[in-house]
Each structure stands twice: as C-alpha cells, then as structure tokens.
Write a protein that binds this ligand. Structure first.
Ligand code: ACO
Length: 371
C-alpha cells in the first residue's frame, strides 16, 4: 500500500489548496477582490462592476460594463419548463433545493453554446430563480425582472413588493457585493472540485448550491434572523448567550474559519443597519439587540459576528421573507463560483486527494448465513 505524502488538518484548516488571483481574506480582518480592499469597493462600485472585476480581473470600461450588463439582462428569461419543475416540487420544498433542482434542469434546457454564455445564463437566471424559489412552488405566478433596473434593484423588487428608499437599495447592493466572493469558502471549493472533472458550469453551480445550503455556510443568515426574532429584547442578550454556551449550542452568524478578530463585511453591514434605521427614523431595538448579543459573545468567547449576522437584519428591514435569505446569498455568490470555475479550468489538475485508511484489514469473507 502506498502512503499519502502529507496529512492535512481536519477541514483543511490552514491549508492552501491552490493559487488564486480572485480574492483573499485574512485573519487580520482584511479582504481584497482582485487586489481592491473590500472597503474601497463598497464605497465606490456597483454590483455589475464588481462582478465584472471578480470574473475578469480588472474593472470594466463604460462600454465593457454596458455589454456585460446587457448580456446578463438578455439571458434573464427563465424557460416555462423550469418554472413547471419548480411548481411540481410543491410548497413544502426548501428554497435552496428548488433553486438547485432548477439550475440542474437548466443544464438540459438551456441552448447556450460557449462556456462563457452558459455561465452568464446561470448568473443571470440565478437571481430570478432565487426570488421565485418560494412563490412558484406555492403555485403563485413568477415575478420577473423589470426594464431599466440594475441587478440589485431588480433582485430586490422581485423578492419583495415593499418599496425601498434609494439608501436601502444602496445597502442591499453592498450586501450582495459582500456575498459575491470569498476565496476558498466551502461552496467555491466544491465548485472547483466539480470543475476539475471537466463537468459543465451547470453541474458546478448545482454542487455549489448544495454546499451553500448547510447552516455552517449559507444557511447561517436565516438561522441568525430566527435567533434575533426569538431573543427580541436587548436586555435578554446576556441570558441568551449564557444559556447557549452552557448548552454547547453554536450561535449562528458568529465565528469564521479565517476572521478571528472581526469580519470586515459584518462591520460595514453593522454601520449600514444603524444608518438605515436612523434615516427611516425608526425604533432602533433591532440594532441594539444585535449589538448586545455581539458584545456578550465577545466578552465570553472572543468570537466576532460574521457577514450573515448583520446581513440578516438588513434583509429583514427590507421586508424580505427569512427563507429567501440563503437564496439571495446564492444569487450573488454564483458570480464568484463562475470565477473559480474559470480559474480552475484554466490551470486544471483533477482534484483527487488521498486519505489515510484507519479501518481493519485482512478480514475473511463470511457467508451470509454465518454472520
Ligand atoms: N458559537 C459558539 N461557539 C463557536 C461558534 C459559534 N458560532 N463558532 C465557533 N465556536 C467555537 C467552537 O465551539 C470551538 O470551540 P472549542 O475550541 O471550545 O471546541 C471554537 O470556537 C472553534 O470553532 P470551529 O467550529 O472549530 O471553527 P471553524 O473554523 O471550524 O468554524 C464556522 C467556522 C463553521 C463558521 C463556525 O464558527 C460556526 O459554526 N459558526 C456558526 C455558523 C455560521 O455563522 N456560519 C457562517 C459562516 S460565514 C458565511 O458563510 C458568510
């Protein structure tokens, strides 16, 4: 038996599995997309511009941005057969299962020819699928994109009929930008494993969705909101955190494999949440509640909140149903997935690690009647 040359830590923690030019997060709380600090992007860029940057490695010119935006919009129409499949899954289905099934079916229905066209089709349709992942299985008519809106504003109007102010829309766009890309997160790694087998982008995106579903990854934003709704009152934060720690329960929306001091995206979102409430002149209980749980958690465990923790109350204020939070994550992250798909394919080597066998050996086969 040949032995594996290296043994890596559980969960590949601290292991660099590839070189990448797409993005980098670090334990000091920094995050760059293609060399640009996230704060620089958040302050200046739009969603489509950032998506172009993540996919192509540089900011677009005005005409490149126009072509990219039109390319996305022209592919946003979802075939009726896909909606029929989604409807057939029924109202009890999980939105991420619905989107994953739809993206998988898209692989058979789509008539795009080149890999780049297939990717744009998935990127464009993902937001329509996400917005309709509850409506259509419930038997309601699908909501579609509207002429003249940008990606973020369009996704928001498909998600909720609630009118949003310009500032609220701007905040929603920032959150989508933060969700777009995050180096070797679990779903992007999954996408790269699938890409390394030379499977198509539909297969890779479906696998990415499967990986995103779990509460340790994309599912955390919904769980964080459920927790906030459950605690309700900032004065109950200390008791709640104490009992979670005592029971050995993890607080969803806290902790990160990379960020140990703070998550820069969560920090920015916390500021946006405060500003949203101030601009609306609304009661700030939700903000104080978030802040109180964050403080109690830091005091006891020195674990900071992650993006999901502060994205959730922002989505809540925007009037979006909680089960659509992870689908929103998917609608943004798909651009990052496709960037990873391309980078993997460009310098491909099949991802096929080894394992250390620790089971028994040399056993003698026993006939079934003797077991
Ligand atoms: N609540 C309570 N304790 C926690 C939390 C948490 N949210 N996160 C980590 N810890 C504790 C662990 O119990 C462990 O303690 P121990 O050493 O005493 O056993 C220690 O911190 C290390 O935690 P690990 O889970 O081993 O750290 P890892 O790097 O593997 O986990 C993860 C990162 C999965 C994100 C973890 O922090 C977690 O489960 N958080 C909750 C889910 C969540 O919010 N996920 C969203 C991730 S970000 C995103 O997808 C945008």
């Amino acid at each position: 038996m040949t032995e594996a040359q290296y043994k890596v830590p559980k969960g590949l923690a601290g292991v660099s599995v590839t070189d990448t030019r797409i993005s980098k997060s670090a334990s000091d709380g920094s995050l760059v997309y293609r060399g640009y600090p996230i704060s620089e992007i958040a302050a200046n860029a739009g969603f489509e511009e950032t998506a172009y940057l993540v996919l192509n490695g540089r900011l677009p010119t005005r005409s490149e941005l126009g072509t990219f935006t039109r390319g996305l919009l022209s592919r946003s129409k979802v075939d009726r057969r896909i909606f029929d499949i989604m409807r057939g899954l029924g109202k009890g289905s999980h939105p991420i299962d619905v989107i994953r099934t739809a993206v998988s079916a898209l692989g058979s229905v789509d008539d795009e020819r080149t890999v780049q066209e297939k990717e744009m089709s998935i990127e464009s349709k993902m937001s329509v699928l996400a917005a309709n992942s509850r409506r259509v299985p419930r038997g309601e008519a699908p909501r579609g994109p509207k002429e003249g809106l940008g990606f973020a504003a369009d996704l928001l109007q498909m998600l909720t009929p609630k009118e949003a102010s310009d500032f609220d829309r701007w905040v929603f766009e920032r959150v989508l930008i933060f969700y777009m890309e995050h180096d070797m997160n679990a779903s992007s790694f999954t996408v790269r494993v699938v890409a390394s087998t030379q499977a198509d982008p539909y297969a890779a995106a479906s696998a990415g969705l499967a990986s995103l579903k779990g509460p340790l990854h994309g599912g955390a934003n919904e769980a964080a909101m459920e927790m906030l709704l459950d605690v309700k009152d900032p004065s109950k934060a200390a008791k709640f955190v104490d009992s979670a720690i005592e029971d050995g329960r993890k607080l969803m929306g806290f902790g990160h494999r990379v960020y140990k001091a703070y998550d820069p995206r969560a920090r920015l979102c916390k500021g946006y949440l405060k500003e949203m409430l101030e601009k609306r002149g609304e009661d700030d209980t939700l903000y104080r509640l978030c802040d109180a749980i964050e403080r109690e958690m830091w005091e006891r465990k020195k674990i900071p909140p992650n993006l999901d923790y502060y994205a959730a109350p922002i989505f809540y204020l925007l009037g979006i149903e909680v089960p659509l939070y992870t689908p929103i994550f998917a609608a943004a992250r798909v651009f990052g997935w496709m960037a990873h798909y391309n980078e993997q394919v460009e310098e491909n080597k099949l991802i096929r690690p080894d394992s250390t066998y620790v089971g028994p050996s040399g056993l003698k086969y026993a006939p079934i009647e003797k077991r």
